[in-house]
Every structure is written in structure tokens, then in C-alpha cells.
Design a protein around this ligand. Structure first.
Ligand code: NAG
Ligand code: NAG
Ligand code: NAG
Ligand code: NAG
Ligand code: NAG
Length: 499
């Protein structure tokens, strides 16, 4: 069974995505590149003289830390590392990320930010190997660890492991704990920082959603973005294959990346069985009961669906895409693992959209082989293609959908169709029982999504209900505007047209 997906912890968050953008691959690519180049030039200018200095860091470690040149690895970063920040480290922060690739990605951004806030030395995060998505890839099998360390050294010191002398054998105790979810900087300064006086090493053994969406100082919010959009680069193997896929797709014309989250794990977890055979429904139920951490066991599929809590089925997705105006020629890349029910369930989609492609069909067998048993690496390829696509359509709002949405906003407000599933299932049912003719159905579907294309907007804030408000990584609006107050987010510079 091939299972992959994005963490369930945040899966039940409702995405009430608002919004707007514009897009075209080349355009944003140039934009992003030039801002990276500009930024580094600036840093370079200020610090040319310091480049080869080594910095001595006092406090805990009295360790010599070298600032080194990052070799030029690709044309995106014709740059050298920024000079290292000189600060007294208060201790080592170890973190074990949990969940799927994108949940871990958000957690890594949060943890760098916490380490910066508390003046800690961060140990390269450990990735989840035990959860449902079990993939034995460590950080360095997925991300470019050197780039991660070097490109952030002007903010925070990152080391590959805790030095031996601070280990248990050295007489130091490590404190393991999960930090409280959705906390702001006060929690970390008041509750966590004092722990480092006693324990030189603190180990956060669970890291999902550990920083609040809102109310953090702007410099911390911007650092979260910097980690996400600049410091976290996939390994050259993944980057190269991802770029190759993107190039093949672009050569064939514009394309939609469809995150068709109709995978077995998703259906078992959510209990959504519309269109499944009785046997399949039983299988899904058995799987749900087999996972103790999936607490909800008895589920009425119809109720879930009417609340908008089921991923759209392939049949529903085909209808909705047709209603949105996508025609038979549309090239659709399926950014997902195995579709439950296989070709049988995909048939209605193929009938409506013959031009459906999957990575298995675009790449040679041996090219994908190296990633075959690594769900996170496969997910990384889909992530890259989804970010680069002309239009992105997720059929469910898990972490991948949200992180890709945010990445596309950052890349110049590229079009992401944020489906209103609750509304859609009503319209679909009415169309299917013939109360809503096709024309009225398409009008209603289009109207419901006019403002759900990833346009510039502010995140929705709901005091005390962090899970219900807009997720920071889906719309990091602080990073998408010029002014610190973000008064210009909806202004003329950020065109309200979706690219
Ligand atoms: C780092 O800062 C400390 C304290 O301000 C200073 O004594 C030391 O010389 C600095 N080290 C470097 C390499 O700049
Ligand atoms: C972190 O270090 C800076 C100096 O680099 C200092 O001003 C600040 O108070 C320190 N913060 C903490 C929480 O140690
Ligand atoms: C994290 O550490 C705490 C304290 O040692 C422990 O109770 C908890 O089970 C650990 N959680 C995980 C996910 O390992
Ligand atoms: C992937 O795992 C399966 C089953 O564990 C094994 O049969 C297969 O050879 C593995 N494939 C690769 C490319 O390692
Ligand atoms: C058609 O479906 C809608 C939505 O489920 C429902 O409200 C309506 O009563 C149905 N109409 C008929 C004639 O079945």
C-alpha cells in the first residue's frame, strides 16, 4: 500500500480561504530570484569585510564557528552565505517533527523562529519515521542541509548534532516535552527559556502547530517565511527531478496541478465512502479501527460530506472542474499518491479530461525508483510541481494544500482554486437530482469561487480558536506586502487580478 499525505493533526482545520493573485511561472521566478539576489547583495555589501572571519561564541559552547562560502549550486542563488550572527547561545534545541512532509516543513520554520527568539543553537530537526507516513528519510535526504544551515547563519546557529560533552554521558540531562500548540512568543520567553538554565538541551518531541498564526512580532513572522521560502530547499536529487517534471509539463502547455486527495488513508481517516463499493467501505472502516490515534471511529459518511468535511471524489472533481470552465484539452497533473479504487474511480475524470498525467507516465521508471519507498520524497516532487503549476486545485485542505497555497501567494499570487466543499456538495446534489440545470449549476459554482482564487487578502483572525482561523502558512500576509503595517496588501502594487 502506498500511503502518503499530510498530517492529520491539522487536517480538521477548516480552511476558509479568501483571496486573489496572478501568475505565470517565468514572471514569479524572476521576481523571486531578483529579490533573493537583491537581498544577498545588500547583505554582502554591508559585510564584505567580515566574510572569512570566524566567530567565537561564548557561553555554553566555546566552539569555533566558521563562516564559509556556500558554493554556487544553481543560478537561483548566485550568492554567498550571510555573515554569522554573533550571540551567546542559551542552549541547544532538539526537535522531532511529526506528521507528513508539509506539516514538518511548517514545524521546521516555527522551530528556527523559536531558536532565534530564545538565542538557542538549533540541532538540525529530526523527521518523523514512526507515524503513519513512515519514511525513513532523515532531514538530509529531503532538504539541502548545508544550504539550510548556511543561509540562516545570520539569524541562528544550526548544528548537526548536540556536541558530545552536552550529552547524557557528559552529565547533562535533556528535557523532553511537547511545547503547547499555538503559543506566542510570551510562552516561549516565560515558560521555555527558563528551562535552559537547568537543562542545556531541551528536546521538543512533537512540533506541529507550535507557533500561533497571529499576534507575533513582524520580524518573527518574516523569519518564518524566510525559512520556508528561502532556506528550505530540497536536495539536488529532488530539485533536479522536480525541475525536469515541471519542464516536461510546461513544454506540453499550461497545466493544472490537481491535489486529488482521494487516497486510502484520507478516506479511512475521514470515513468518507461516497462512490465506494461496500467492500471498500468495510476495508476503510477496518483501517480506521486499526489506528488508535484516529479517534473518531463511527462515522456517517453522508453527514461528514454535507458538512464539507470530505475530499471531493474523482467524479465530483470532474464535474466541478467542468463547471469552472476547464475543457477537454486541459492538462491535469495529479499531485497525489495512489487514487483509491484506481483506474475504475479515475475513469469519469479521464472521460472528461483525457489529458491527465501522472509522474509515473512522464518519467522513466529508473528516475522515480530512487524515491519509490520514500513517501516524503515523492511528496516533495508533487509539492514542487504544485507550486510551479499554472493553476493549483486541492480537493481537500490538508497541510500540503495549505502550504502550497501560501507558497503560490508568495510566488506572485498564482491562481489556487480554494474549493468551498460544503457549498459544492449541495450544488452537486441538486444538479444530480435535476433541481439545478447545468447552466445554473456552473453559474453557481463559478460565483461561489470568484473570491477563492488565492487573491491578496488578510488572514482571518479568531481569538481563542486558532484552528478555525486562517493558517499562517496558507496566507503569510506579512510577507506579501511592502510596508510593515501591510496597508498595501490590497493596494495597487498587489494586483487583485489572479495571474
Ligand atoms: C562577539 O560578541 C562578543 C560580545 O559582544 C565580543 O566580545 C566578541 O568579540 C564577538 N566576536 C566576534 C567574532 O565578533
Ligand atoms: C539574545 O541576544 C541578544 C543579543 O544578541 C540580546 O539582546 C537578547 O536579549 C537575547 N535574548 C535572549 C532571550 O536571550
Ligand atoms: C514527549 O516527552 C514527554 C515527557 O518525557 C512524554 O511524556 C511524551 O510521551 C513524549 N511525547 C512523544 C510524542 O514522544
Ligand atoms: C520498496 O519496498 C518494497 C516492499 O517493501 C520492495 O519489495 C521493493 O523492492 C522496494 N523498492 C525499492 C526501489 O527499494
Ligand atoms: C435535491 O437535492 C437537494 C440537495 O440535497 C435537496 O435539498 C432537494 O430536496 C432534492 N430535490 C429533490 C426533488 O429530490
Amino acid at each position: 500500500m502506498e500511503v502518503r499525505s499530510e498530517g492529520f493533526q491539522v487536517m480538521y482545520d477548516k480552511l476558509h480561504a479568501p483571496v486573489i493573485p496572478r501568475s505565470r511561472f517565468r514572471f514569479w521566478f524572476i521576481r523571486v530570484c531578483s529579490s533573493i539576489v537583491l537581498w544577498t547583495c545588500l547583505v554582502q555589501l554591508v559585510t564584505v569585510s567580515e566574510l572569512w572571519n570566524s566567530h567565537f561564541f561564548t557561553g555554553l559552547t566555546s566552539h569555533i564557528y566558521h563562516t564559509t562560502h556556500t558554493p554556487i549550486q544553481d543560478d537561483v542563488r548566485l550568492t554567498e552565505s550571510p555573515p554569522a550572527r554573533n550571540y551567546t547561545s542559551n542552549g541547544f534545541l532538539r526537535v522531532s517533527c511529526n506528521g507528513g512532509l508539509n506539516q514538518m516543513r511548517a514545524a521546521i520554520c516555527d522551530m528556527v523562529t523559536v531558536a532565534r527568539l530564545l538565542n538557542l543553537t538549533l540541532v538540525v530537526p529530526e523527521l518523523d519515521k514512526k507515524s503513519f507516513w513512515a519514511d525513513h528519510s532523515g532531514f538530509e535526504k529531503i532538504f539541502d542541509v548545508k544550504h539550510f544551515i548556511d543561509s540562516l547563519q545570520d539569524e541562528v546557529r544550526i548544528v548537526k548534532r548536540v556536541p558530545k560533552k552536552f550529552s547524557r554521558k557528559g552529565g547533562f540531562s535533556t528535557m523532553a516535552m511537547p511545547p503547547v500548540s499555538w503559543s506566542n512568543e510570551k510562552y516561549y520567553l516565560e515558560q521555555i527559556l527558563p528551562l535552559f538554565a537547568k537543562h542545556k538541551v531541551v528536546h521538543f518531541n512533537k512540533t506541529d502547530a507550535r507557533l500561533a498564526n497571529n499576534g507575533l512580532p513582524i520580524d518573527l513572522q518574516k523569519l518564518r517565511c524566510r525559512v520556508n521560502y528561502q532556506a528550505l530547499k530540497f536536495t539536488p536529487q529532488i530539485e533536479n527531478l522536480g525541475q525536469k517534471l515541471i519542464q516536461i509539463l510546461h513544454e506540453r502547455g499550461p497545466f493544472v496541478a490537481l491535489h486529488l486527495r482521494y487516497e486510502m488513508d484520507m478516506l479511512a481517516f475521514s470515513g468518507c465512502t461516497l462512490g465506494c463499493t461496500n467492500e471498500e467501505a468495510e476495508d476503510l472502516k477496518r483501517m480506521r479501527y486499526a489506528f488508535p490515534s484516529w479517534r473518531e471511529k463511527e462515522i456517517v459518511s453522508e453527514e461528514k460530506r454535507s458538512q464539507g468535511l470530505c475530499p471531493l471524489t474523482p467524479e465530483e472533481t470532474a464535474l466541478v472542474m467542468q463547471a469552472l470552465g476547464f475543457d477537454r484539452e486541459t492538462q491535469i497533473y495529479i499531485a497525489a499518491g495512489e487514487i483509491y479504487g484506481g483506474e475504475r474511480r479515475l475513469a469519469p475524470m479521464r472521460a472528461a479530461f483525457p489529458n491527465i498525467v501522472r509522474k509515473e507516465a512522464l518519467l522513466a521508471v529508473n528516475e522515480l525508483q530512487q524515491f519509490q519507498n520514500h513517501s516524503s520524497q515523492m511528496a516533495a516532487l508533487d509539492f514542487m510541481v504544485s507550486v510551479a503549476s499554472d493553476t493549483f486545485i486541492p480537493t481537500y485542505d490538508g497541510n500540503m494544500a495549505k502550504l502550497v497555497e501560501g507558497h503560490r501567494r508568495y510566488s506572485g499570487f498564482k491562481k489556487s482554486v480554494l474549493l468551498d466543499r460544503k457549498k459544492l456538495v449541495q450544488l452537486i446534489d441538486m444538479h444530480q437530482n435535476r433541481t439545478l440545470p447545468w447552466n445554473e449549476f456552473t453559474d453557481a459554482v463559478r460565483q461561489a469561487h470568484e473570491k477563492r482564487m488565492g487573491q491578496p487578502s488578510y488572514r482571518r483572525v479568531i481569538a481563542d480558536k486558532p484552528k478555525e482561523e486562517d493558517y499562517f502558512y496558507a496566507n503569510p500576509h506579512e510577507c506579501l506586502c511592502e510596508e510593515t503595517k501591510c496597508d498595501d496588501l490590497l493596494g495597487p502594487r498587489n494586483s487583485r487580478q489572479v495571474r
